[in-house]
Design a protein around this ligand. Sequence first.
Ligand code: PMT
Length: 402
Amino acid sequence: MLENRRILLIVSGGIAAVKAPDLIRRLREHGAKVRCILTKAGEQFVTPMSLAALSGEKVFQDLFSLTDESDMGHINLSREADIILVAPATANMMAKMTHGIADDLATTALLATDKPVMIAPSMNVMMWNHAATQENLKTLQKRGIEIVGPGAGDLACGEVGDGRMAEVADLITALNTFFQTRKQSGPLSGYAALVTSGPTHEPIDPVRYIANRSSGKQGHAIAAALADFGAKVTLVTGPTQEPNPNGVAVVAVETAQQMLEACLAVKPVDIAICAAAVADWRVAQASDGKLKKTNGSTPPALSLAENPDILATLSQAKTDRPKLVIGFAAETENTLENGTAKRTKKGCDWIVANDVSAGFGGDTNTVHLITDQGGDSWPTLSKKAVAERLASQIATHVKQNF
Ligand code: PMT
């Protein structure tokens, strides 16, 4: 369950911070991507260098660092994660979380997050049993914060009792259980979804092809978001460098024709989302052998044939039409108007119209969601955030209409 999960690990200032390097190592062994925030007090126990070396990522420390803010603002830091894990969570950290105090990068990220938060308390037994900490614990639990541990045993201060941070293995189990449970009880659990992503490659000859610059980031993020919401997702993807999303069945194809066949084979599904940048045309007669360049000869002319339209085929299907078909519109001008026209032309229910004048492949997207109610313009968001917002709108629609 941890493969490709993005974990924002906040290391606060307790002796258990020395377990952070091992925790990062184990998380990465499970396929997770770990980014760290190290508090000032945490730095007394573990160095930013060791966390950076083990996570393979920059370690963020300072709320007012110009470089950190321009690399990855504190809001994005928490939005880009799938979960925030505070390990160790000191009594001070728990108190600040309870009262919404945001006086450093870690607490600001925690206050600004829209993501689940898990904490692994670690402190002296008297601090743990103190009425203030126990009240804070109850408040955090009531707010849905996941609490792991603490365990009982010898404490670093020499006393014995509750307060030992949960073992690394227990934290890994807790994260696995968290993602598993969320998937099983998600708002789209029981529904099947098909997502297309990436470019298609249309062969000219055995070694050359026509393609476009789609990276697959947007389509893959949508597949991941739907799976996180509990849907049974099949991702039909053209050639990309993107890792397969967690818990998603992936069918890899090359051409538009193969993509269509793969999509039809996945039917019936409840929801279909076509985010792939399918080539509109293919070479009518791809050569069986490599086209040769001979000195002085005229270059070969490529004669093109139209590819099948996968979105239109799914939208206009007479049998087993998915109850909700969503297309994308890649536009360089009049995005809203052209997207609205494309929705009618293709016969889909919704269109996500995006401005691609800056090209494909970036990490952000500016989209308008066009439905029969008109267009809703979203701010520029990361592709992951677009995917999560779209999944959330789909979940609402499914609840009201399916
Ligand atoms: O992959 P990224 O780098 O993250 O970039 C994301 C993206 C820009 C590719 C994505 O957000 C996007 O806009 N995808 C659709 C690209 C596209 O082909 O747009 P279009 O306006 O040409 O096509 C309209 C719709 O018809 C799309 O849903 C497309 O998947 C579908 N289509 C088009 C042609 C075809 N033969 N079959 C189709 O299904």
